[in-house]
Structure formats: C-alpha cells, structure tokens
Design a protein. Structure first.
Length: 166
C-alpha cells in the first residue's frame, strides 16, 4: 500500500473508534429531538454520521455525484444495534476501498452537482479529505454537542472528557 493511502487508512480507522463510541451513546428514544428548529434531529444526525463512510466509495470509485439523478435516502433507525451495524458495514467498505484504491486515483477529478449546477470539482484526494474525513469529524462534533445538551456522558475522542477522567 502506498504511504499516502496507508496514512489515510490509519487515520480513518483510529477516528472510527471515537465515531462508533459517539453513535453507541445516542439515545434513539429521543431521535426527534432538535436543539433548534433549523437543526437536524438527533436521529437524522446520527444516521448521517453513520452513512458518511459510504461516501469513500463514491468519492474514490466514481467521478461525480449528481443529486438530480440520485435516489438515495438516509435510513432511519429505531435501535442502537441497527445504527451501529449500518456504521460498521459502511466503515468496513470504506476500509476496503482505501486498501484497494490505486494512489493515482487521488489525482483524478471528482464533481458534486445537481444537474447543470456544479457545487465543486476537486481532485479525489482533496475531496476525500474535505467531503469525507472532515465532514465526518464536523458532524461527530455536532453530535457531541447534541449529546451534551441531552446530558449524555461524552466518550473520549483525543483524551479524557469531563465525563470520563482517567
């Protein structure tokens, strides 16, 4: 495996541990809860966090995502086991994609569009970093705010939290 892809894989697998712990903490009996009327519901945000690893395949093995032709809908979950199984399946696929992706693929262009409206075109490696990795971290942090507001103890990401010292 090329060192660049190996580095991406190591980061992805490490970060996935914290993401999974956050997802395991989501009280799905409060799935409809929102901190603000314009915010995602807790259940929708958790499902979104769980689906993001599936974007690795889309980003690296397709040349574009066109929302005008996509029929994908984020699934809803009634229980933590199903949410975690969905995340684990998407994570395993993302890991496989990173393990099998030729490094040259990172330089190919990828486009996100809605029909004729192009949101962006970036090299796949840049897109993977911003649209997949950073997007995952952003929404995981957002999930942490939701959990804190619901008084759910926050798992560790990069060290102890106020809920789990030592």
């Amino acid at each position: 495996m090329h060192p660049t892809l190996h580095s991406f894989l190591a980061e992805w697998e490490q970060e996935a541990k914290a993401t999974r712990a956050y997802l395991a903490s989501v009280p799905l009996d409060k799935a409809d809860w929102k901190p603000h009327e314009k915010s995602f519901s807790l259940g929708k945000l958790a499902a979104h966090v769980a689906e993001i690893p599936s974007w690795m395949r889309i980003t690296l093995f397709q040349d574009e995502l066109d929302f005008a032709t996509s029929t994908y809908k984020t699934p809803e979950f009634n229980n933590t086991e199903a949410l975690l199984a969905f995340f684990d399946q998407n994570l395993a696929d993302a890991v496989e994609v990173l393990k099998t992706c030729p490094v040259e693929t990172l330089e190919e262009m990828w486009t996100m569009r809605h029909g004729d409206m192009v949101f962006f075109s970036l090299p796949k490696g840049v897109c993977m970093r911003t649209w997949v990795f950073n997007h995952q971290y952003h929404h995981r942090a957002q999930l942490g705010v939701y959990l804190r507001m619901l008084d759910v103890p926050l798992p560790s990401v990069y060290g102890p939290t106020a809920d789990f010292q030592g």
